[in-house]
Design a protein around this ligand. Structure first.
Ligand code: ZN
Length: 315
């Protein structure tokens, strides 16, 4: 079999207004806008990436702003929630901070971990999960270092067929680690990280309607792969199983393969290199529109069509 994944790479949502998205993810959640680029399948759409200082795989959430799109409906088969890790003692800070920003927050617990559930301005479901995992956070944003988000904790998925999604996760290297009446938790550890950092995927077993793609929904979840060879090898495995699988795509900052297994949830396999810092000065990452060479000829046209984004003042 091809190499197993070591954890999540990124999660991608469809949102409405691009500036509103920057104001929330950078200005309220305190993530770094690490990349302003375009949707490589639709040049006149932004693709915004947020993460830690260096936009490391496993810290990244991305957005396709689609101001003309209709609101989506959360349901199966979708990634229903993206969860970020925060330090164990930061729950109270985040409740106060989010409420001060006018965000409704719901406190809860899952498998012994404290969670705060809330939504972005488009209604995209998000969570903060208190854990002692450590990722070097972005500290030039509005959140003090001791409370800053420490990468992705995981996602919750609502599959059309839970067994189908479980099979895909197990094939990729995830293990079943916990189970309750409503949720089955899969996880994978990155043994190369200092604290064997864990990424989780919670399969939500509750009965749900079918969803509809649109603003306020997550589009896909991506897992890490070491290199392009691994993607080609996985493509052969998935094709052999008759899964709906894309060709290997050059996303400039990484290579990608998309697969929809029998659970119906769209999963991307993405390489860890060259990475989101490639070709941009780290000090000014994400401050202007970054395009791969093959789109540079169209830069004027693209820039005329897209709104100019302002970063939060303290970034
Ligand atoms: Zn993606």
């Amino acid at each position: 079999m091809p190499p197993e994944t070591t954890g999540l790479h990124h999660v991608t949502a469809i949102v409405g207004d691009a500036q509103q998205n920057v104001d929330f993810y950078a200005g309220v959640l305190g993530l770094r806008l690490v990349k302003q680029t375009i949707n490589f399948e639709d040049l006149l759409q932004h693709h915004l990436y947020y993460g830690n200082r260096t936009g490391d795989p496993g810290t990244v959430i991305t957005a396709f702003p689609s101001p003309e799109a209709d609101p989506g409906r959360i349901g199966k088969p979708q990634v229903s929630t993206a969860a970020f890790a925060i330090p164990p003692d930061s729950i109270d800070y985040w409740v106060d901070h989010l409420e001060a920003e006018g965000v409704d927050v719901f406190a809860g617990e899952r498998f012994g971990e404290s969670i705060l559930a809330f939504s972005d301005p488009d209604g995209t479901p998000l969570e903060l999960v208190a854990t002692d995992t450590f990722v070097e956070p972005w500290t030039d944003g509005p959140i003090p270092r001791e409370h800053a988000i420490r990468g992705l904790h995981g996602v919750t998925v609502l599959p059309a067929n839970p067994y189908g999604t479980a099979t895909v996760l197990e094939t990729l290297g995830f293990d079943l680690v916990e189970e309750s009446e409503d949720v089955v938790r899969y996880a994978v550890e990155d043994s190369s990280s200092p604290d064997s950092r864990r990424s989780v995927v919670d399969i939500d077993l509750s009965a749900a309607e079918f969803g509809r793609e649109g603003t306020g929904t997550h589009h896909h979840v991506a897992v890490r792969m070491p290199d392009e060879d691994a993607l080609h090898a996985w493509r052969a495995v998935f094709a052999d199983r008759d899964y709906d699988v894309s060709r290997v795509k050059d996303r400039h900052y990484f290579h990608s393969l998309y697969v929809r297994g029998p659970g119906g949830v769209l999963v991307e396999l993405a390489t860890t290199s060259p990475g989101l810092t490639a070709g941009e000065d780290l000090a000014h990452l994400g401050e202007s529109l970054s395009l791969p060479d093959w789109f540079e000829d169209d830069r004027d046209l693209i820039e005329q069509q897209l709104p100019t984004l302002e970063l939060p003042r303290n970034q």
